[in-house]
Design a binder for this molecule. Structure first.
Ligand code: NAG
Ligand code: NAG
Ligand code: NAG
Ligand code: NAG
Ligand code: NAG
Ligand code: NAG
Ligand code: NAG
Ligand code: NAG
Ligand code: NAG
Ligand code: NAG
Length: 837
């Protein structure tokens, strides 16, 4: 008690100091070991949150959860195409209010690592390049090309000037301590040869010359010039070293999961493996680590890159909706607390120690400073548990794990032993969205059309103002090719990006999804004249690879009709008529006023040709406090708007591959994004996030453009709440948070408290019922615990008394609380499952 009250005071003092610290100028420098703030080396934990992937009202909550989760730094890219949608016209409104986002991070007492681009990857449309950039004559992206360099320099200078005016850099008292120029250029620079190297040097010098007075980094760039720090991206970066002895080891992207594609399973990364990779990185000399992503969020509007789902959840510690993902968030929070206890020793030691072998697949790193501080890491990359001897003492070392010893004696944390509770979040209280009315998008020309002989490339034609481009032509079919009522043939598009709906003589013949490959669609023709209509769609522009300015989309490489008795009819050279975009887009049917310009029919009157239609209705905000999402599993493919805001593309009819999912995901062994895949053979995305900020209590206006057909009557809206929470902790589980006031002079062994079992419902909810409780040696996991012969029969009553009716409860794991020791001599644990309501 005394200890924790003291530590609380100390925390408050530190908090005040930190706040003051930030309000005055901080000089940022670095040496071979770490970033230095006012001359002090720091071990920093950072996490990526991309401001346009959430809303300004979500930002404070996300940042507070990051702070509580033990982060020091928020990292974000800067999205050029969001800030300069038209050349010379800058946008910092709403989700693009970057200065506001940075100030909120500052107010939370954290720092910012700003990755300015110009190219950002980020699974973001066009890697962040504005659409107009590719139409500047003579431009070549990301190489020694004058038009590109001019535009890049203009934007970077503009941005840095703006942030300086807002006093957001560390030397001005702001939170920005580090900036990045370019991004993963090392992955593509070979394509540009000498010009690429000239560009690399130019852009590094250009960035440094903006005088931000903070260090500049370049990730995934082994050839980075001396004046910038090259950094590592990957699932593991332990042992990675920059290209100079003078630079520290920074890890800019530690992938907490992976992004999801339409038609792909949902990637997940076990938290034990993330914690292992982070601990290994600091163990082997790393000093700045960033989680990519800490909160992924949503690809609203048309911001997502080619083929990536609207959800950018990333299996991150804070989920798409802004709720903590447990136990991932909590386990990493415990890890950060343990690392903080080691920070004094880690920063004092100048030379990263070499590993001491503890076995064939086990080693230790000891940071012993001259002043007496000592921190140690014991690591095992074996797939079996082991028992090792370190400095004469025995230590259990679970498979594929790192134990952290801030005094070189006591284990305060092991990456494989999860103490944080698990939370199963579900969509609850689904309410149907009713009273839909519909409007048919005309098939083909509705406005100003134009014709050419031959095929046009889609991006050059639409300027990326819309996903949709109509291609229309006419083909004569000989009587002899039509042996009976209709000739079966195949419409072949040599290359199609990304997908298309095809129509012959006004009838829908199918949807092809080709992602740049050949697309084949069976069709029926009649003798004489036939109308061929293709609605071609981009699903986001390309965001990765060299020569992005040459990207091509649509069906520009040739079209023909195959499999007719007389052979093949080439259509590539025919007269094609084009219509850019949809009539509904031009009428702005997604806005209340725009929707009044169309005549809508009740849904029962929707004809059997139920493709390409707009539907609209109104709905009330659901009750409760949870995040809100729309269930579109009954729909096909399209776009959804609420109160005029584009929530993104949906494609519920695209199911993930049948195979490749991992029923039992084993955290042991090297992770790749195809390991621990979930949701095989299910729609890639059913639920679409509607941020509360965009909703009114009543009468919200919702519009869908549905391309393929679906059943609007099954659309519903629900809130996301914890359904079940559970935890399983052994009686020896250490509790690093008991040690906030620990100094190297204390005896850690006697100060270290043991963790209680903690259950916590969402704010506004209570624990309504204990479903399982066992103090003893229960087995199983949160999906289903199992009693063993060692079980205290008071467990259920103790947990019920301590927890039911409360939002949060903590139960110490000691026999005295449970009446008697159910199995003296055995090591025991406490497992519990509860419901929130
Ligand atoms: C690039 O900028 C320089 C300096 O402002 C100018 O002289 C040059 O004409 C510009 N080049 C292009 C291609 O815009
Ligand atoms: C950066 O600082 C140098 C030296 O003080 C100065 O010459 C230069 O104009 C500054 N550049 C910018 C963009 O402020
Ligand atoms: C690892 O454990 C498994 C069983 O858990 C055993 O079959 C295997 O032999 C062990 N491997 C080593 C190297 O000890
Ligand atoms: C119609 O012609 C197609 C080939 O063009 C053939 O496959 C099909 O069997 C014919 N149907 C009838 C009813 O003869
Ligand atoms: C083909 O399209 C044109 C123009 O949209 C239309 O006038 C014509 O009636 C259509 N012909 C057929 C056979 O559907
Ligand atoms: C919609 O129309 C009304 C009435 O003409 C007008 O007052 C309002 O400003 C319009 N709203 C928008 C968003 O254009
Ligand atoms: C929402 O949360 C507030 C407190 O944050 C609580 O008072 C209220 O009861 C909650 N409402 C519901 C419906 O859960
Ligand atoms: C640290 O505390 C433990 C437990 O109270 C005790 O056994 C040990 O002797 C102490 N060590 C030192 C160096 O004081
Ligand atoms: C629990 O076990 C003790 C003896 O082991 C027994 O006396 C008691 O009645 C049991 N209580 C319950 C609630 O089953
Ligand atoms: C540095 C690092 O670990 N890079 C890895 C990142 O992940 C990719 C994809 O799994 C690997 O190919 C890299 O080696």
């Amino acid at each position: 008690m005394v200890v924790s009250r003291f530590s609380l005071c100390l925390c408050l003092v530190l908090e005040v100091l930190l706040q003051n610290h930030l309000s005055v100028a901080v000089t940022v420098s670095y040496d071979h070991r770490a970033l230095k703030l006012d001359g002090q080396r720091r071990m920093l934990v950072s996490g990526s949150i991309h401001y346009p992937r959430s809303t300004p009202l979500m930002w404070p909550g996300l940042i507070a959860k990051a702070k509580e989760g033990g982060l020091d730094v928020i990292q974000t890219y800067v999205f050029w195409n969001g800030h300069e949608p038209t050349r010379g016209v800058y946008n910092y409104a709403g989700r693009y209010n970057l200065p506001k986002f940075i100030r909120l991070v500052y107010e939370a007492g954290m720092y910012v690592n700003l990755r300015i681009g110009p190219y950002v990857c980020a699974e973001w449309n066009s890697g962040g390049f504005p659409a107009w950039l590719r139409f500047i004559p003579g431009i070549e992206f990301r190489t020694d090309n004058e038009p590109f360099k001019n535009e890049t320099q203009r934007f970077v200078n503009h941005l840095v000037r703006k942030l300086k005016r807002e006093k957001l850099f560390a030397w001005q008292g702001g939170p920005i301590i580090m900036a990045q120029i370019e991004n993963e250029y090392g992955n593509i620079d070979a394509s540009y040869g000498e010009a690429g190297q000239r560009y690399l040097n130019w852009i590094a010098n250009m960035a440094v010359a903006t005088n931000t007075s903070v260090p500049w980094i370049m990730c995934q760039q082994p050839e980075a010039p001396q004046l910038v720090i090259n950094t590592c991206n990957g699932f593991y970066c332990d042992g990675w070293r920059p290209n100079s002895e003078d630079k520290p080891a920074f890890w800019t992207e530690n992938w907490t999961g992976w992004f999801q594609s339409w038609g792909g399973g949902a990637p997940t990364r076990p938290v034990q493996d993330i914690a292992f990779s982070v601990a290994r990185f600091f163990e082997k000399g790393g000093s700045f680590m960033n989680y990519y992503m800490y909160h992924g969020g949503t690809n609203f509007e048309r911001t997502g890159v080619e083929s990536v789902t609207t959800s950018y959840d990333y299996d991150a510690p804070i989920d798409e909706y802004g709720d903590v993902r447990q136990p991932k968030w909590g386990h990493l929070k415990d890890l950060h607390a343990a690392l903080k206890l080691c920070e004094p020793a880690l920063v004092e030691v100048d030379t990263v120690p070499t590993g001491i072998s503890l076995g064939p697949n086990q080693e230790a790193h000891v940071y012993q400073s001259s002043s007496g501080t000592c921190a140690a890491f014991l690591a095992s990359w074996d797939t079996n548990d082991s028992l090792v001897t370190f400095q004469g003492q025995p230590y259990d070392l679970p498979a594929w794990s790192v134990s952290i010893l801030p005094d070189c004696k006591s284990v305060v944390f092991n990456t494989a032993k999860v103490g944080a509770q698990s939370v199963i979040m579900t969509m609850q209280g689904a309410v149907p969205v009713t009273n839909w009315v519909s409007y048919h998008e005309p098939l083909g020309p509705w406005g100003s059309v134009f014709s050419t002989n031959g095929l046009l490339e889609q991006i050059a034609t639409t300027k990326d103002t819309t996903d949709y481009l109509w291609y229309m032509t006419n083909v004569q079919v000989a009587e002899s090719d039509v042996r009976n009522i209709s000739a079966q043939a195949t419409l072949v598009m040599s290359s199609l990006r990304d997908a298309a709906h095809t129509f012959v003589n006004g009838f829908y013949t199918g949807t092809v999804n080709a992602n740049g490959y050949e697309a084949r669609q069976p069709i029926s023709l009649r003798p004489g004249s036939n109308n061929i209509t293709v609605l071609s769609m981009t699903m986001g522009l390309q965001g990765y690879g060299p020569f992005l300015e040459n990207e091509k989309a649509g069906i520009q490489y040739g079209v023909r009709i195959e499999d007719l008795p007389s052979g093949t009819i080439e259509l590539g050279g025919s007269t094609w008529t084009y219509q850019v975009g949809l009539q509904g887009e031009s009428k702005q049917l997604f806005e209340v006023n725009g929707s009044l310009t169309a005549e809508w029919n009740t849904i029962s009157e929707v004809s059997d040709q139920n493709f390409l239609f707009w539907i609209k209705t109104r709905f009330d905000m659901p009750a409760g406090n949870g995040s809100i999402a729309l269930d579109l599993s009954s729909m096909g493919k399209g776009v959804v708007w609420v109160n005029g805001v584009n929530l993104g593309r949906y494609w519920s009819s695209f199911t993930a591959q049948r195979d490749g999912c991992d029923a039992s995901c084993d955290y042991r062994g090297s992770y790749t994004q195809s390991k621990c895949l979930t949701k095989c053979n299910q729609p890639s995305q059913n639920w679409y996030h509607i941020p509360r900020q965009w909703l009114l209590p009543k009468n919200n206006f919702i519009v869908l453009f549905e391309e393929k057909g679906g059943n609007p009557k099954d659309i519903s809206i629900a809130t996301r709440m914890p359904q079940q929470i559970c935890s399983h902790i052994s009686q020896s589980h250490p509790f690093p948070f008991s040690l906030t006031s620990w100094t190297k002079r204390d005896n850690l062994t006697s100060t270290l408290l043991r963790a209680p079992l903690t259950l916590e419902c969402a704010e506004g909810q209570q624990i309504s019922r204990i479903c399982f409780a066992s103090y003893g040696t229960p087995s199983g996991d949160c999906e289903g615990f199992v009693l063993s012969s060692c079980h205290a029969n008071t467990s259920y009553d103790v947990l019920t008394k301590a927890c039911v009716g409360r939002q949060k409860c903590s139960v110490p794991i000691v026999s005295s609380i449970f009446g008697d020791d159910p199995c003296p001599g055995l090591s025991k644990s406490l497992a519990a499952t509860a419901e929130c309501s």
